[in-house]
Design a protein. Sequence first.
Length: 107
Amino acid sequence: MEYTTDEASALLQITPQHVAGLCRRGRIHARLVEGKWLIPEAEVTRFKRTRRAGRPPGREAKTYAGKSIGRRRAKVRQMIEEGCNNDQIAAVLGVNAATIARDKKTF
């Protein structure tokens, strides 16, 4: 039996995009048929058994001053509503103005 990325993702409790990325990088051995990954049942079982939970060492979550990126973006949105410009926001949050400009594009 072979699974699609959607089916494998449900079994592995990760997103279909993550499963596809693992297939592309060869971490999960699968075959690409008409643009869809087909993953053998044994491979899903192997990956599930050998997978380590959590982030690998040295790959901590992206943060600024101990806060998550999502919290930074919420603060950026709040400061924009208060009328602050990119340089003012960047100075308060301890990041550069280009980061603030990029955050603004996500709104």
